[in-house]
Write a protein that binds this ligand. Sequence first.
Ligand code: EPU
Length: 417
Amino acid sequence: MEKIVIEGGHRLEGTVAVSGAKNAALPILVSSLLTEGWNTFHNVPDLKDIRTIKRLLIDLGANVETSQSVVKVDAGGLNSYEAPYDLVRTMRASVLVLGPLLARLGGARVSLPGGCAIGARPINLHLNGLEELGASISLEHGYIEAQARSLKGAEIYFDVVTVTGTENIMMAAVLAEGLTTLRNAAREPEVVALAEALNRMGARITGAGTPVIKIRGVKTLKPISFTIIPDRIETGTFMVAAGVTRGNIKIVGCEPNHLGAMINKLQQTGITVEEETDGLRVVGTETISSVDVKTLPYPGFPTDMQAQFMVLMCLTNGLSVVSETIFENRFIHVSELQRMGADITVSGTTAVVRGGRRLTGAPVMATDLRASASLILAGLAAEGTTEVSRVYHIDRGYECIEKKLAQLGGHLWRTRA
Ligand code: EPU
């Protein structure tokens, strides 16, 4: 097993490039199941989750070729409709194949994902939506069995805003007969990117990026060439890295339009965030102001940045209230940050962070993807050496994070545990 070792106290300076967004690449790679012939996707990040989805596509009978950040997928030879337990257990986003498999083959057998470190994460809304489109769904031996002779457009209302739920239903509805309307749909940039990719394939989707998405079904879709949008969470993580080291960095290849809530919150803390022609300049401040933050669906502050932002709040002289409204158990990083000296009290879905304490390096354990990122950020800010173990979590969603931060002058490296 590997760990990342960080010697804290070094200011970050220089330029860093953002990779393609994991959470956009996953559904877009899956959308190729709806077509026959070679799709070409550019700017695909090299991540563990991306390798898992490629394995699943190959398992289903697709051909997949990778050359650096270009991934080609041809699902012409699709010959299976099963997403096995081993793959879904490794990555919940594997359930995204449910909608496209139903649309293309009229059936799907997908292992039901269990709970995960950050919450129960049910997929009832994915299943309800597919039922509204005419699928019959049952649960047998831990597998969702979905069948549909034909899918018919429907009015679907999501009780809770769900990102992959919206994506799954959108991918089923593109080949359904007639009009599907999704209400209270997720507005995340990754949903918009998927809609753009599907429209390029010949789908007729309007309203992506608003709470009401309309999808007029078409008979077939054609393969495309498409570039994955930049990762807004990786961008946000670098912005916080500049903040916690009082650094001065430029982030290139990012999309500032996707970062509204994050930029706003960082500016409230006194950090300078400015748009330059080819990216964002982020300059830290000696005195970081404490601000409260509440996670919300897009365009609100992203839950995927909550753990990282909390590290910044540890470095203020005041008190900050962090409310997590998306996942019920997303404070698992707190006990590790406490080992580094942070003063944080959790009560239900609220964490109160008291600044003014010194962070000191310690051995800590990564528990999920974004929690691992927060521990690396804490390590950069802390006095002494931090060792983050179980780094396989971070490899799911950050491309060479330790190399990118080292390029900026951070003292960190990967080693065998
Ligand atoms: N929910 C339900 N029923 C459903 C679906 C969701 O109750 O059928 C609830 C969830 O339990 C949660 C809330 O709705 O409380 C929102 O969950 P959502 O479905 O939006 O999450 P997701 O689609 O499973 C995606 C990202 C996550 C990100 C969340 C929220 C992908 C592959 N994953 O998950 O990313 O945190 O949206 O923005 O897009 C990560 O990258 O580290 C990550 C966890």
